[in-house]
Design a protein around this ligand. Structure first.
Ligand code: BDP
Length: 327
C-alpha cells in the first residue's frame, strides 16, 4: 500500500499541532501530604500558579494534597521513576535512598533552623542537592519544617530515662529507629496517615513532630504531653524528577526554579506564623508543654547513631564536619 500523504493533509496536521500547543506543553502532577491551609499546601498551590505564569502556560501542575496519591516513601519512588513529576518531600524519608541527604537526619546535627538554611545555601547544600539529583530527585527549593520534638499521652519527657520502654512512631529511616533505640525506647516506623489511630488505640505510646503537624493531624488530642527536645531539624524540598527537569530548555529550567524559590519564600513566612499559631492552639486545648532543661544527655546518647552512619558512609564524615563548622 502507498502511504503517500497529500499536501493538504500535511498542512492540516501542522495546523493541528500548532493549535495543540499542548503537544509541546507539559501537565505535571504533584504530591503533598498536608491538609488544606497548611503552609506547604498553600505554598505548593502558589508554586503551581507561578509555574504556569513563568512558563507562559508551557508547564502546568496539578497538585494532589493530603497524601491522596500514597504514602511519602511511595511518592518519593514515584517521582524518581517519573510516574509523578513533583513532590514536596521531607528529607527524612529520602535519606535511605540518598546518603548525602541523610546527613540532615542525624539527630542534633543543626544548631537551629537558621543554621540549617545557612548550610543548605553553602557547599554542604550543593553536595546534598547533587546527591539527590543523581538519584532522580532534583531539589528546586527548600522549605522550612521547624524542629521535631517528642510527644506522648503519658508524661513529660525530661531525660532519656523517660523514653525508656516507650513505643515511639518514627518516619522510615534507620537513623530514626537507631535514635529511639539509643534512648531506650522501641521505635515503630509507620506512615504519617496511620499515626493518629496508632496513638489513639495505644499501638504506639508517642511520636515526634513539629508544632504544625502535631496540631494539623489532631495528634495533640490523643497525645497531650509535648516535650521540647527539638532533636531533629529536617528541611523539605520541592523535588522534580531529574530527567524531566534536565529535558527542559535552560530558559524553562530557570522559570521552574524561580517559581519554586518564590514559593519557598512564601512557605517560610507562612511557616513562622503557623508554628506560633499551632502552639497557641494546642496549649489552649490543654496540651502540657515542657522545656527540657538539659538536652546534653539526649545528644550524648546519639554517639552510636553517628558511628553507625559513618561506618556505612565513611566519605560523608567531612560533610558532617562541614555542617558542624558552619557558623
Ligand atoms: C511532617 C512532614 C511530612 C512527614 C511527616 C511525618 O512535613 O513530610 O511525612 O512530618 O512525620 O512534619 O511523617
Amino acid at each position: 500500500m502507498n502511504y503517500k500523504i497529500s499536501k493538504p493533509l500535511l498542512g492540516a496536521v501542522a495546523a493541528l499541532s500548532v493549535l495543540c500547543g499542548a503537544a509541546t506543553a507539559a501537565d505535571w502532577r504533584g504530591w503533598n501530604i498536608h491538609v488544606d491551609g497548611y503552609p506547604n499546601t498553600v505554598a505548593m498551590d502558589k508554586f503551581a500558579e507561578l509555574l504556569a505564569d513563568k512558563t507562559g502556560g508551557e508547564i502546568t501542575l496539578q497538585m494532589f494534597h493530603g497524601g491522596t496519591l500514597g504514602s511519602q516513601p511511595d511518592a518519593v519512588e514515584q517521582v524518581r521513576a517519573g510516574a509523578l513529576e513533583i513532590g514536596n518531600f521531607n528529607l527524612g524519608p529520602i535519606g535511605p535512598i540518598v546518603a548525602e541527604a541523610n546527613v540532615v537526619s542525624l539527630p542534633f546535627v543543626f544548631k537551629d533552623v537558621p543554621h540549617m538554611f545557612r548550610v543548605l545555601e553553602s557547599d554542604g547544600g550543593a553536595a546534598i542537592a547533587a546527591g539527590m539529583a543523581a538519584k532522580g530527585l532534583t531539589p528546586l527549593a527548600w522549605y522550612d519544617a521547624g524542629a521535631r520534638s517528642f510527644y506522648n499521652g503519658e508524661k513529660a519527657i525530661n531525660t532519656p530515662a523517660d523514653v525508656q520502654g516507650m513505643k515511639v512512631r518514627v518516619m522510615n529511616n534507620d537513623l530514626f529507629t537507631g535514635m529511639i533505640s539509643q534512648l531506650g525506647g522501641n521505635p515503630s516506623p509507620m506512615a504519617f496517615a496511620e499515626v493518629y489511630q496508632a496513638l489513639k488505640t495505644g499501638v504506639v505510646d508517642g511520636a515526634e513532630n513539629n508544632w504544625p503537624s502535631y496540631e494539623s493531624t489532631g495528634h495533640f488530642e490523643v497525645a497531650g504531653y509535648y516535650s521540647l527536645s527539638q532533636h531533629l531539624i529536617i528541611p523539605e524540598c520541592i523535588c522534580v524528577n531529574t530527567d524531566t527537569f534536565n529535558a527542559l530548555s535552560p530558559e524553562m529550567q530557570a522559570a521552574v526554579t524561580e517559581a519554586a524559590q518564590e514559593s519557598a519564600v512564601l512557605q517560610r513566612e507562612l511557616w513562622a506564623a503557623r508554628e506560633a499559631a499551632s502552639r497557641e492552639a494546642v496549649e489552649a486545648a490543654g496540651v502540657v508543654v515542657n522545656e527540657i532543661a538539659d538536652k546534653a544527655p539526649f545528644q550524648e546518647a546519639m554517639g552510636p547513631v553517628y558511628e553507625a552512619y559513618f561506618e556505612t558512609n565513611p566519605s560523608l564524615r567531612s560533610l558532617v564536619e562541614l555542617i558542624q563548622a558552619t557558623e
